[in-house]
Design a protein around this ligand. Structure first.
Ligand code: NAP
Ligand code: COA
Length: 264
């Protein structure tokens, strides 16, 4: 972190879905440290309350949150209204909520498939659709969190691949529709981020972790600040001509299997 760029988010108001653990929680923390007002939502009220307390300690004294299932449009809309009433406007909106478990398509139930598609894809639509009327101004930044599975077929990830492919296309469509109002819509595609729920579910033991690591061009896992830095940049003025982009912060994951690469 010694050379990490610093950003000034003072005066910016953020609505962040799925920001109560893992990657998105760190995004919330870094925005709070940069001076933003942050409103977080996820299903677990305990996780929401713990995150709000953490954000207050990080400097966002008026941080707030609410328990919301992103699959329910009325719930999301009510939380967006609560956020707008508290802060007056929304400058940045994050849709980071996701569900994942490894399961073969022939074994998982239709409801298992639907659960992930609803959380990831419908949830992203709900969050962005509810927030856009409170963020209808030049400079507003919408960020979805997608995954390499959006463009690469992975074994036992048909539900996630389908859902995240939909997220990528949704982001591009919304960027095209909303750009006329100066609203930018982008996605960040993280690679394997160490110490997260997603990573633990897909690579639960050291043997799998090592295979995964060796297949990466950069031979190392990412960390949560790699993704937070990307979110800060996408929201900063430095990215004011960037929209409809899927920003890959993934150590070369989608380049292909680099297991046999050799040092220069
Ligand atoms: P995580 O810690 O499990 O975070 C998921 C968040 O979403 C939690 O705050 C969770 O809180 C919330 N959530 C889940 N279902 C929800 C729902 N129906 N409505 C509202 N909130 C919901 O996961 P993570 O590993 O950090 O992943 C974060 C994001 O990065 C995801 O979009 C994931 O696809 C993406 N990603 C992760 C990796 C990785 O290596 N970890 C790689 C590529 C992409 P509640 O349980 O309280 O609802
Ligand atoms: N393998 C196969 N099916 C599974 C499964 C697994 N490991 N885990 C859950 N399911 C199925 C359930 O059996 C159920 O299907 P059914 O009704 O036909 O039995 C369906 O998925 C929904 O499960 P449920 O537990 O009721 O859903 P939920 O809405 O409470 O939770 C999940 C959603 C399943 C995605 C849960 O894993 C979750 O909350 N994940 C959030 C955290 C996360 O995944 N983080 C990583 C992000 S990358």
């Amino acid at each position: 972190m010694a050379n990490a760029p610093t950003y000034d988010m003072k005066g910016k108001t953020c609505f962040m879905s799925g920001a109560t653990s893992g990657i998105n929680e760190q995004i919330a923390r870094r925005f709070a440290e940069a001076g933003a007002k942050v409103f977080v939502v996820s299903r677990s009220i305990e996780k929401v309350e713990a995150t709000v307390a953490m954000l207050k300690e990080a400097g966002a004294e008026d941080a707030a949150g609410q328990s919301v299932d992103a699959r329910s449009y009325p719930d999301v809309e009510a939380a967006v209204q609560a956020c707008a009433e508290k802060f007056g406007k929304i400058d940045m909106c994050l849709a980071g909520q996701a569900g994942n478990f490894p399961a073969g398509a022939a074994q998982m139930s239709a409801n298992a498939f639907k659960s992930v598609v609803d959380i990831d894809l419908l949830g992203t639509f709900n969050v962005f659709r509810a927030a856009v009327h409170e963020a209808n101004r030049p400079g507003a930044s919408f960020i979805a969190i997608t995954a390499p599975q959006a463009t690469q077929p992975w074994l036992f990830q048909s539900h996630v691949c389908a859902a995240k492919a939909g997220v990528n296309m949704l982001v591009k469509c919304l960027a095209m529709e909303w750009g006329v109002s100066g609203v930018r819509v982008n996605a960040i595609s993280p690679g394997p981020i160490d110490g997260t729920e997603g990573m633990d579910r897909l690579a639960p033991n050291e043997e799998m972790r090592e295979k995964y690591r060796q297949a990466l061009a950069l031979k190392e896992f990412g960390n949560r600040d790699d993704i937070a830095d990307a979110a800060l940049w996408l929201t900063s003025q430095g990215a004011d001509y960037v929209t409809g982009t899927i920003l890959e912060v993934e150590g070369g994951t989608t380049l292909g299997d680099a297991t046999l690469s050799m040092k220069l």
